[in-house]
Design a protein around this ligand. Structure first.
Ligand code: GAL
Length: 419
C-alpha cells in the first residue's frame, strides 16, 4: 500500500512537471458553457478579450466579433493597436483572430497611432464578395499630431470635432483590412424627410455671419432659430460619431449615426458595394441626443437600442421603433427591467436606470433559433480602458416589444424557455 502511494506521488510530481514544461493548454482551460455577464471574458489563449464597442457578423458557421483594442490607463481610449477580431462557434468561447485593421506608423495616415477609432462594424457584401469595415474615426490635432511617440499621444487632448466615418475593406473576414478613407457624410445633400425645413433654415442663416455649414453656431443664433437644425453641415458633410451598420433583408445597408453634434440621429443608405453613400438619408429622433445605436429587425419591424449622451458614464437605455427603415422612428421606453446586478466586492449596483451600467453596441441575431437576439453593451472604464467589460444579455419580449433583464449567468436555452 505504502509503495502504491509513493508511486502515485512520484507520478503526480512527474505529471505536474510535464504540464509545466509544456505550458497550460489554455484552449481546454478556458471553456465556457454560458455567459458570465460583466465578468472578465477570456479568449482561447487565456487572455482578456479586447474588442470594445464591438460589432458582430455571422459568416460560414462562425460568429466574428470586431472591436476596439484598448490599452491600460486612460491612454487606452485612443487607438494604438487597431481593430481586434475574435471568432466563435457558440458565442461563449472566443478565438483570437488577431488585429484585423492595424493603426499606422505613417505620420500622414488618417489612422496614425493615437487617433480615436471607435465602434468598428463589419458587413459582408455579396456582390463584391468583400468584407467592409465601417467605423467612427476622428483626427489628431495640435503640434504633436504627426508624432507616433506614446508620450505625445498620451498628452494630446481627446478631440472629437472631425466627426467622420471611415471605410476599410478585406477579402478575408479576419483581414488584413485595407484602410480606404475617412469622410463626413453626404455633403451638399438634403435629407429626404426634412429638406423643406432645412432650406427654410438655410435662408435665415444665409443672412447671418455664421453659415449653416459651420460646426458650431453662435449661441445668439441658437436663440433666433430655436427648434431648427443648427448643426446640419450641408457644405462639409454630416457629422458622424457613434454609429452602426444595419443590413436589411434585401441586402441594402444603412449607417445609423449620431449627427448634428449628437443631437439628431441620421440614417444614411449605402451604395450597393457598401463603400459609399447613395445620398439618400433621413433625420430621425430630432434633437433627442441618441448615441450608441444598435439595430435589429423582427417580424418586419425595426428596433433600435441606444443611449443618452453622457460620455463614458452609463445612462438609461432607450428603445425606438419604426415600421420602415427610413421612416419615422418613435422612442418607446427604457427597455431595461428588474433589479439588475447586486453590488459585489468590487462594483456598485448595476440597475435598469444605467442599462445595468452599460452602453449598447450591438444586437446579435442568434443563428438557428427563432427570434433570438442578444443585447451587447460596453461597461466602459475610461481610467483603465482595457478593463472595460462586455455585457451580453438576452432580448426578451413583452407585448411584442423588446425588454432586457439582468442575469449573472445565462445560456442560449433561455430562448427556448421563453417561447
Ligand atoms: C460615448 C460614446 C463612446 C465614446 C465616448 C467618449 O458616449 O458612446 O463611443 O465616444 O462617448 O466620451
Amino acid at each position: 500500500m505504502k509503495k502504491l502511494y509513493m508511486l502515485l506521488g512520484i507520478s503526480a510530481v512527474l505529471c505536474s512537471c510535464t504540464s509545466v514544461d509544456k505550458g497550460v493548454n489554455s484552449t481546454d482551460y478556458v471553456k465556457y458553457n454560458e455567459f458570465n455577464v460583466g465578468k472578465v471574458l477570456l479568449d482561447n489563449n487565456g487572455r482578456m478579450v479586447n474588442a470594445h464597442g464591438a460589432g458582430f457578423i455571422y459568416d460560414n458557421g462562425r460568429y466574428y466579433m470586431f472591436g476596439e483594442h484598448k490599452l491600460g490607463g486612460s491612454l487606452g481610449n485612443k487607438a494604438l493597436v487597431g481593430v481586434h477580431c475574435y471568432s466563435s462557434d457558440d458565442l461563449y468561447n472566443w478565438r483570437d483572430e488577431g488585429i484585423a485593421l492595424k493603426m499606422s506608423q505613417d505620420p500622414n495616415s488618417p489612422i496614425i497611432v493615437g487617433t480615436i477609432l471607435e465602434r468598428p462594424k463589419v458587413v459582408y457584401n455579396k456582390k463584391t464578395k468583400k468584407y467592409v469595415m465601417l467605423m467612427h474615426l476622428e483626427e489628431r490635432f495640435g503640434d504633436t499630431k504627426k508624432s507616433t511617440k506614446v508620450e505625445d499621444i498620451y498628452k494630446e487632448k481627446a478631440n472629437y470635432s472631425a466627426a467622420k466615418i471611415a471605410f476599410a475593406v478585406a477579402d478575408k473576414i479576419t483581414g488584413p483590412y485595407k484602410f480606404l478613407r475617412s469622410t463626413r457624410i453626404n455633403a451638399k445633400k438634403l435629407p429626404v424627410n426634412d429638406a423643406g425645413k432645412l432650406i427654410a433654415v438655410k435662408n435665415q442663416l444665409d443672412n447671418c455671419y455664421y453659415g449653416w455649414d459651420k460646426n458650431y453656431i453662435h449661441s445668439s443664433y441658437q436663440e433666433k432659430i430655436k427648434g431648427h437644425a443648427f448643426w446640419f453641415c450641408y457644405d462639409k458633410g454630416q457629422m458622424s460619431r457613434d454609429m452602426t451598420v444595419f443590413v436589411d433583408d434585401d441586402d441594402k445597408a444603412y449607417v445609423f449615426t449620431s449627427s448634428e453634434c449628437n443631437a439628431t440621429l441620421h440614417i444614411h443608405e449605402l451604395t450597393d458595394d457598401y463603400l459609399d453613400f447613395t445620398g439618400k438619408f433621413v433625420r430621425v429622433l430630432r434633437n433627442q441626443h441618441h448615441e450608441a445605436p444598435a439595430v435589429f429587425k423582427k417580424d418586419g419591424k425595426y428596433f433600435m437600442f441606444s443611449s443618452h449622451c453622457t460620455g463614458w458614464a452609463p445612462n438609461a437605455g432607450r428603445l425606438s421603433v419604426s415600421d420602415s427603415i427610413l421612416g419615422e422612428w418613435k422612442e418607446i421606453y427604457n427597455p431595461c427591467r428588474g433589479d439588475g446586478q447586486k453590488k459585489n466586492r468590487t462594483y456598485p449596483d448595476a440597475k435598469a436606470d444605467t442599462t445595468f451600467r452599460s452602453q449598447s453596441t450591438y444586437v446579435i441575431k442568434v443563428q438557428g433559433m427563432k427570434d433570438a437576439f442578444i443585447y451587447v453593451g460596453d461597461r466602459w472604464l475610461p481610467d483603465d480602458a482595457i478593463d472595460g467589460r462586455y455585457i451580453f444579455l438576452p432580448v426578451e419580449w413583452e407585448n411584442n416589444l423588446p425588454i432586457i433583464k439582468w442575469y449573472d449567468k445565462w445560456d442560449l436555452s433561455i430562448f427556448n424557455k421563453n417561447k
